[in-house]
Design a binder for this molecule. Structure first.
Ligand code: GLN
Length: 536
């Protein structure tokens, strides 16, 4: 078994996760069984309670783990199966160590960062490797070299590397080579310093992946090679991508990153055939058609908050050979300027998941606009709750209908707290989480799109459609097309007299891949495209 550790230097947001995932793609396409995991040095047990401004999207796995968004990249780029064991935080490590201490496992000993904390980290590497029976385990260490809280993780992987021996371990450092406009050149000093920092800790990286806006020339590569003590061919250029993140594996293949990794780890495997990726990319770069859709949210200025949603939309585009331009719309702008001013001319409207009251009325206006103007609508989680409230208010005439999340005293709580949530007080990890079965109703749009009767989708919510209102909704043309198998929980809704209006209580975006677009996104983009092209 071989181990690759991916660290990052100079600044955060360099795309370490993408690099790790793209390397995973290349190795998988060389016939290797690849597993990926992420270590996050923060003290939260998981990112589930963090604000998107702090952390970006929370990515949910089948088993209900609320994880870092890099795990989304791992699932989209490879066929690796992930569980809560694939995302380890300092919070989890300390929780385990402290529980062990109270249980008396370390009796007589002083409990210390080395070896107890580092030991727990190493156990997790070993466990995932054995559990997945992979050929190569790629472990990404979050944060930036030099962070105090990241030190135990770096120490743990240093020791681990020593144990498994050279030829079985590879340290890959992702770093920044900034272009300084005033000087008109790329600068290598930050990279040199970040590598020096790593070497101080005892880790000498084997490969440097240099993120840059401009190509690295021969001299720069030589300079980095010499000062950072890596062979010339191990200085890999990773430029900013022009069109799509799905260019990254192809770019790294051109730089021969996977050849280098296989050589270094003595893996004798054929070259990767990436022709299907090239095909995906062609559809992204030069699509036959183009549509413009609006994503109405509250964290729109933040690139990472709706990451999987944006990705899934682009997969829907790939499936239809249709380029998608995403307009990121602040729900509060709809409240201020009115729906027509903001939404007119869009091919489709998508309302993603969310929490908290800000922007809710704007989202309701967006759903109303989509329903009344027959614009394709896709609602995800909160987006389904919004569509329900809108229908109650404007079709059923329940003017003050609301979700009890936003108005506890509403006379018509069409969305209310799930039964199982009534007595929960603790916030962390207590929502209805993870993969749940859902039964589809024959002849509905959902049934048609999925081509199935039983599906499994990932959830993350506390509130649900209030069953007491079901008959009234259904009589007015609101179709409940998917429920939990016992028929109790409403999971998918759609509108009878509308070309495409569908919303779900789950998060389909977490199961979409570029080569396996999710049926709801595929159908949504197809509907947006049809609408535009049917116009006079
Ligand atoms: N806030 C809503 C709930 O808890 C929706 C959650 C979501 O969109 N993920 O039910």
């Amino acid at each position: 078994m071989k181990f690759i550790f991916v660290t990052g230097g100079v600044i955060s947001s360099l795309g370490k996760g993408l690099t790790a995932a793209a390397l995973g793609t290349l190795l998988e396409n060389r016939g290797l069984k690849v597993a990926l995991q992420k270590f996050d040095p923060y003290l939260n047990v998981d990112p589930g309670t963090m604000n998107p401004f702090q952390h970006g999207e929370v990515y949910v796995l089948d088993d209900g783990a609320e994880t870092d968004l890099d795990l989304g990249h791992y699932e989209r780029f490879t066929s690796t199966k992930l569980s809560r064991l694939n995302n380890l935080t300092s919070g989890q490590v300390y929780q385990t160590v402290l529980n062990n201490e109270r249980e008396g496992h370390y009796l007589g000993k002083t409990v210390q960062v080395i070896p107890h904390v580092t030991g727990e980290i190493q156990k997790r590497i070993q466990f995932v490797a054995e559990h997945t029976r992979c050929d190569v385990l790629i472990t990404e260490i979050g944060g930036t070299t030099g962070d105090i809280e990241g030190l135990p993780f770096l120490e743990a992987i240093r020791e681990f590397g020593l144990d498994v021996g050279p030829g079985n371990v590879l340290f890959l450092h992702v770093t920044l080579v900034p272009f300084i406009k005033a000087a008109g050149e790329l600068k290598t000093k930050p990279t040199q310093q970040s590598v020096a920092k790593l070497r101080e800790i005892g880790i000498a990286p084997h490969i440097l992946v240099c993120r840059c806006e401009q190509p690295l020339n021969k001299e720069l590569r030589q300079k980095i090679s010499m000062f950072c003590n890596v062979p010339y061919e191990a200085v890999i250029e990773e430029m900013d991508v022009e069109h799509s993140i799905y260019e990254v594996p192809l770019m790294l293949q051109r730089e021969r990153l996977d050849d280098l990794v296989c050589e270094r780890l003595r893996l004798n495997v054929p070259r990767a055939d990436m022709s299907h990726w090239q095909d995906i990319l062609r559809k992204l770069v030069a699509p036959q058609h183009r549509v413009r859709i609006g994503v109405v949210g509250k964290y729109i200025e933040l690139q990472d908050a709706y990451k999987s949603v944006y990705e899934a939309v682009s997969h829907g585009g790939i499936a239809n050979d249709c380029g998608v331009t995403i307009e990121k719309i602040d729900a509060e702008d709809i409240e201020k300027q009115g729906p027509k001013a903001v939404l007119d001319g869009l091919g489709g409207i998508l309302v993603p998941g969310g929490f908290g009251e800000r922007g809710i009325e704007g989202k309701i206006l967006a759903a109303q606009y989509a329903r009344e103007h027959r614009v394709p609508y896709l609602g995800l989680c909160l987006g389904m709750q919004i569509a329900t409230i809108e229908f109650a208010r404007h079709v059923l005439g329940l003017a003050d209908a609301h979700s009890t999340e936003f108005n506890r005293a509403t006379p018509d709580p069409v969305i209310c707290l799930l039964e199982e949530q009534q007595h929960i007080r603790r916030l962390g990890g207590t929502m209805r989480l993870g993969s749940q079965p859902c039964q589809l109703v024959m002849g509905t749009l959902a049934n048609h799109l999925y081509g199935a009767f039983l599906i499994h989708e990932r959830h993350r919510h506390r509130y649900e459609f209030n069953g007491a209102y079901r008959a009234r909704f259904e009589q007015a043309g609101f179709v409940i097309s998917g429920t939990s198998p016992d028929g109790e929980l409403v999971e998918i809704i759609e509108l009878k007299d509308h070309p495409f209006f569908i919303a779900c209580q789950f998060h389909p975006e977490f199961q979409s891949k570029p080569d396996k677009p999710h049926p709801l996104f595929k159908g949504f983009i197809a509907a947006c495209h049809n609408r535009i092209h049917q116009r006079p």
